[in-house]
Write a protein that binds this ligand. Structure first.
Ligand SMILES: [Zn+2]
Length: 67
């Protein structure tokens, strides 16, 4: 089932508060969109992507159990 998580952020170009779905934002004022990879990816293997910004590899703290 698809779940749509609505969040808001400030446009990084013009500062307008904009709402986005699943971490994707598109500003209606200036046309700015955030990079696709900043979205809340739920595809298998996303965390294995070395470019995934959500986690630094080999830096997991022992006192932070994986979610
Ligand atoms: Zn904007």
């Amino acid at each position: 089932m698809d779940t749509q998580e609505i969040t808001t952020t400030g446009c990084r170009r013009c500062g307008t508060e904009i709402a986005g779905v699943n971490g994707r934002y598109s500003c209606g004022a200036c046309g700015w969109t955030n990079p696709w990879h900043e979205g809340h990816r739920d595809l298998p293997g996303a965390e294995d992507d070395p470019d995934w910004p959500g986690r630094k590899r080999n830096s997991r703290r022992d006192d932070t159990p994986p979610v």
